[in-house]
Every structure is written in C-alpha cells, then in structure tokens.
Design a protein around this ligand. Structure first.
Ligand code: TYM
Length: 334
C-alpha cells in the first residue's frame, strides 16, 4: 500500500491555513487505500528558539489538534519527531548528500533568515534535509501539504535522486506532493498578499483552531476587504486578493467550488457575506476547538498515544536506517 507522511510544527497555534491546506487532506487520506503517518515536528520547531515549557505544551496541543480534526490514532501513526531518533540520523546522511546551493535557493530559508543570514541557526539552513529525512525514512510516496511546502518537496526528490545516484542504488522513492483543495494557500485576514501564518505577530491575521465562536466571528468581521460587492464570476476576484481569500475559505469550508459559492453570493456586499462566513466557520471549527480542550484535559493519555505512535513509527524507520547505513558503508550495519 502507498504510504502517506506529513507533519506540522509545534510552534504556536494550529490555524485555519493548516487545517484547510493540510490537516483536512490528511484526514481524507486516512483510508483503506493508504498507510498514514503524521508527525509533530519538534526538531524543526527548534530551528528557531522555543521556550522549553511552551514547546512541550504546543506539541501536546498539536497532537490534540490532529485528533480533534479527525485523525484516529488507531488508523494513523501519530507521533513526535524527536521520539524517533532515526529522523535525525538519516538527516545527517542527507546533510552530506544535499548541496549548499540547493539550500540557499529555498524561499523559506530566505524569508525566515531575513537580512542577517549569518545569525540564523545552522539548523534553519539544514531544515529541508531533515524534512527529506522525515519523509524518506518511511519510504513515503505521498506527502499532503499546503502550497508553501512545494519547494521543500522538490528538494526531497532531488535528495532521493542524488543519494540513489551517488551510491548506485534504487533505494529511496521519488515522492509525490499532494497539494489539493480550494485552500492550498490561505492568506492573512489582514493582508491578502501574505499567507496566514503561525508566526504573524497579529493574532487578528489568523483564525486559530483554539479560537472560540466569538473570536472567530470578530476576526472575520474585522477582516480586511475592499468596498465592492462580490462578483458572480471567478474572474471578478482576480485583482481582489482579500475578497478572493474569503471566498476561497468559504468554498473550502463548505466543500464547494469558487463558482458555486459565487453563484450564491455574487452581488452581495461584505456586510452580508461576512456573517455568513462567520457562521460557517464557527459551525465547522468550534467543535474542533471544544474537542481539543477536552483532549488536553488528559495529558497522560496524549503522552501514551505519542509513545505508542513512536514505537510503531520506529518499527518502519529502523530497518530503513540500517539499510541506508549499509549502503553508505558504515561498519556495524549488517
Ligand atoms: P507548518 O507547520 O508550517 O504547516 C503545517 C501544514 O500546513 C500548511 N499550511 C498552509 N496551508 C494553506 N495555507 C496556509 N496559510 C498554510 N500555512 C501552513 C503547510 O503547507 C503544511 O502542510 N516544514 C513543514 C513541516 C514538515 C513536513 C515534513 C511536512 C516537516 N517535515 C515532512 C511534510 C513532510 C512546516 O513547517 O509546516
């Protein structure tokens, strides 16, 4: 069976972009058709400094968010990255396969390191090699992510191909990015040219999965828009990033196409559309937030789920790491 891998960072809150761009698709892929493995990537989170107590809390809360969104720890392997040491071990090998120039081209590196690259952590630079290791340590074939991870997945393919070439093997598979749905790139509610992000300093820019109904409604009411009515055709959204974003969100939450939504709301003013969107968002998201807080009430249970997930993940990862060591020529590996 084809194997699915994906993950999210426990750095701040899960938001609507994570949910629509990634988590919802993870839940859909949790089926007879695929073996599904979903990770909380704490080793990636620490590429920028995290308060240790907050990191622990965010990791457990992320696990609660996965489950509340519909991932089932019986059907999927849910685990925390640092609890499966094979990720870091394979990442080292990939650090020796990947080239500096490949890493330098990554737009996320350029964005996150900013002007002062000399002062960014080495881990932030090597981030994509660890991500390739996450995927390839399971020989995963399908990786459901939002649009912003596309370049990293191309690099994962490059690493797999170069490793296979360097050692004359056909060992690591070439992975398929799965970037699907109406909302593969949810934008900030305050600025239609920026993606919705955990790290945006303004909490009004995003809807968190932990927001209550009141907070969701307020953020949508205050979302930036333009003064025009909604168009009845998709072309009418072209130069209106904020309007397009809200329509996209509506379509994704309601499992409709943009065209279907516009055929219903075309001609309406935002004063009328925003309350519709707020009601829909509350109806879809409030149950997730309620379930998350319920799950967070029993942290021992979350820790048990993560421990069990790590055990199952290692059963797959350990033999693949051994085989990799053998291919590379490490004494002691078979
Ligand atoms: P992270 O934690 O930033 O985001 C988790 C997932 O949410 C998607 N996403 C979005 N989708 C649509 N609109 C948005 N505004 C938006 N913001 C985030 C992301 O594309 C992602 O799918 N590097 C990854 C984590 C990772 C990973 C992996 C993913 C580590 N190893 C291996 C796949 C496979 C990250 O930082 O995601």
């Amino acid at each position: 069976t084809p194997r699915v891998f994906s993950g999210a960072q426990p750095s701040g809150n899960l938001h609507l972009g994570n949910y629509l761009g990634a988590l919802r698709n993870w839940v859909r892929m949790q089926s007879e058709e695929f073996e599904t493995i979903y990770c909380m990537v704490d080793l990636h989170a620490i590429t920028v400094w995290q308060n240790p107590t907050e990191l622990q809390h965010a990791t457990r809360e992320l696990c609660a968010g996965y489950i509340a969104s519909g991932l089932n720890p019986e059907k999927s392997i849910l685990f925390n990255q640092s609890q499966v040491p094979e990720h870091a071990q394979l990442a080292w090998i990939f650090n020796c396969v990947a080239r500096m120039g490949w890493m330098q081209r990554m737009t996320q590196w350029k964005d996150k390191a900013g002007k002062n690259q000399q002062n960014a952590s080495l881990g932030l630079f090597a981030y994509p090699a660890l991500m390739a290791a996450d995927i390839l340590i399971y020989h995963a074939t399908h990786v459901p992510v939002g649009e912003d991870q596309k370049q990293h997945l191309e690099l994962t393919r490059d690493i797999a191909i170069k490793f296979n070439n360097d050692f004359g093997v056909d060992f690591f598979p070439v992975t398929e990015p799965v970037i699907e749905g109406a909302a593969t790139r949810v934008m900030s509610l305050r600025d239609g040219s920026k993606k919705m992000s955990k790290s945006d300093p303004s909490d009004m820019s995003r809807i968190n999965l932990t927001d209550d109904a009141e907070a969701i409604a307020k953020k949508i009411r205050k979302a930036k828009t333009d003064p025009d009515a909604l168009p009845s055709e998709a072309e009418g959204l072209e130069d209106r990033p904020e309007a397009r974003n809200l329509v996209n969100i509506y379509a994704a939450l309601n499992d409709q196409t943009i065209e279907q939504v516009l055929s219903e709301v075309g001609g309406k003013q935002f004063g009328e559309f925003k309350p519709m969107l707020a009601d829909l968002a509350v109806a879809k998201l409030a149950p997730i937030s309620t379930e998350m807080s319920r799950l967070m009430g029993d942290q021992a249970e979350i820790d048990r789920i993560l421990a069990r997930g790590a055990e199952r993940a290692r059963e797959i990862a350990a033999p693949i790491l051994q085989k990799t060591y053998e291919i590379v020529g490490m004494v002691g590996a078979a």
